[in-house]
Design a protein around this ligand. Sequence first.
Ligand code: PSU
Ligand code: MN
Length: 304
Amino acid sequence: MLEKYLDVSPEVAKAIKDGKAVVALESTIISHGMPYPRNVETALNCEKIIRDHGAIPATIAILGGRLKVGLSEEEIEYLGKAKDVIKTSRRDIPFIVAKKLDGATTVASTMILAALAGVKIFATGGIGGVHRGAQETFDISADLQELAHTNVAVVCAGAKSILDIGLTLEYLETNGVPVVGYQTDELPAFYTRKSGFGVDYRVDSPLELAEALKAKWDLGLGGGLVVANPIPEAYEMDFDAITSAIHIAVSEAEKAGIKGKESTPFLLAKVKELTGGDSLDSNIELVYNNAKVAAQLAVEFSKF
Ligand code: PSU
Ligand code: MN
């Protein structure tokens, strides 16, 4: 039945069947998160880092209406260049499929496709969350509901302060989603190692993390988990510079009346513009760091 919609690449299918470590990667970061050609370069380097750490990468997208788990280099290149790829969250999937369109998957939809294929560990940059001003706008990313329900662990660099980090943590708590600091007691804020908010639990090794995941799912405690992995110190951005860029971006979005699915890409692009490209370098390095930790976690998890 799933084959009617889903194509798992032969390499990824074999790894899953053999119980080997597999790491999912999203594609909105390729099509909407970074400019060409650095988006493609980053996506391919992430795959290499995952392989270098003993796991098989599975980049996820929808191409011509087919759900794809495991893309070829040509498909990644295509996604990185194409102009009409649709940012695809949970609600969009059936229409992208039925209309045979190309869709770049967000954290939410990447989790859905990963779970359909049997992939449990996923590396990305940052998750969506509760936006600043959500009390008025109701702008809460579908990523959070997906984390509540879908059994995939998401390794990220925390939440960007384009979001209301405090409210994002409250939302995750209500939905039973653990927020784990990888070698940190403080939740990182994407470009910076600190956010001023703590994490629920700290873990210091991939094995410790794998054991908690195993216990969660063995006990039928469904849903995902946020693994917050701080950006390496060498690539961290200046806290004040990034905070002021984010303030300007948020107020410009408000003035321009940006809403719905446009809001996150607009804010990301503004912050990048305001920091003169520095944020792109940091963004790429933190994604590499997440790919590495996700691969190490997947390797430990595959031993159970
Ligand atoms: N945050 C980032 N970079 C990103 C995204 C979020 O720092 O590229 C993308 C991810 O794909 C995430 C999506 O799942 O934006 C969230 O969009 P929304 O807020 O519309 O749910
Ligand atoms: Mn939103």
